[in-house]
Design a protein around this ligand. Structure first.
Ligand code: KIV
Ligand code: NA
Length: 259
């Protein structure tokens, strides 16, 4: 099996194969997901919330993301390793180039940043410098605050998200994540682009789907997006293993609260 490349991802659309992508933030997870055959691993800035305990993605520092990116890269996956630009690390095309090079040095084989029309110059610069870009449009958590809502329902929003999609394709992105967009709009964008769309909470009409690993396996039970059907309940498995250890070690049954 050969290494997955951005070009492989891009051409799935022509081949007519759906793309499955998951986030990964550490060595064992990257290795397990790679062994399972997941072709795209995103070191997302969701790291901030599901691993580091921040209330949103804005607080994530570049050095924190780089540390987790290095861990994922050490798994030497066949999967394509994509890394998010943390908030405030790509305010100008020049800054994006500096950050992009750091991400690549840490093991990113492609990068992802949030924004459409407004980021198209930055995307163009990165691509020109040989750094493949996965774009991200629709709901943009780095600028949306903590209000996660469906976007693209009003005619104005549809128009602006469609322009974003065309702008990132024109700027040279090899694929585009569409987050929390109206399903009809996501399907329409998918039909209008040559690059693959990778949806999250945007219906089934995209060329691929991406999920946060912790949502897939039920490892962050305190917040569960409505569109996710967890395939495991790792939170429960961990609590049970800990309680077994407690009763083995301390010799009494423990009644703990799941909060
Ligand atoms: O950071 C992340 O996990 C993401 C995906 C949800 C697309 O950007
Ligand atoms: Na992200």
């Amino acid at each position: 099996l050969s290494k997955i490349t951005p070009e492989w991802v891009r051409t799935r659309k022509e081949v007519g194969e759906k793309i499955a992508a998951l986030t990964a933030y550490d060595f064992p997870t990257a290795r397990l997901l790679d062994e399972a055959g997941v072709p795209v691993l995103l070191v997302g800035d969701s790291l901030a919330m599901v691993v580091l305990g921040y209330p949103d993605t804005l607080s994530l520092r570049l050095d924190e993301l780089l540390s987790h990116l290095c861990a994922v890269a050490r798994a030497k996956p066949r999967a394509l390793v994509v890394a998010d630009f943390p908030f405030g690390t790509y305010r100008t095309p020049e800054e994006a180039l500096v950050t992009g090079k750091l991400l690549v040095e840490a093991g990113a084989e492609a990068v992802k940043l949030e924004g459409g029309v407004e980021e198209s110059a930055t995307i163009r610069e990165l691509v020109k410098a040989g750094i493949p870009v996965m774009a991200h449009i629709g709901l943009l958590p780095q600028s949306a605050g903590r209000r996660f809502r469906k976007v693209g329902r009003s005619p104005e929003e549809r128009e602006s998200i469609l322009s974003d999609a065309l702008a990132v394709e024109g700027a040279g992105a090899f694929s585009v994540v569409i987050e929390a967009a109206d399903a009809g709009l996501a399907a329409e964008i998918t039909q209008n682009l040559r690059i693959p769309t990778i949806g999250i909470g945007s219906g089934t009409g995209c060329d691929g789907q991406i999920l946060v690993f912790h949502d897939l396996v039920g490892l962050f039970p305190w917040f569960r997006p409505r569109f996710v059907e967890p395939k495991a309940d790792l939170a429960r498995a961990i609590r049970e293993a800990a309680r077994l250890f407690l009763s083995e070690t301390q010799g009494k049954e423990h009644v703990a609260s799941d909060r």
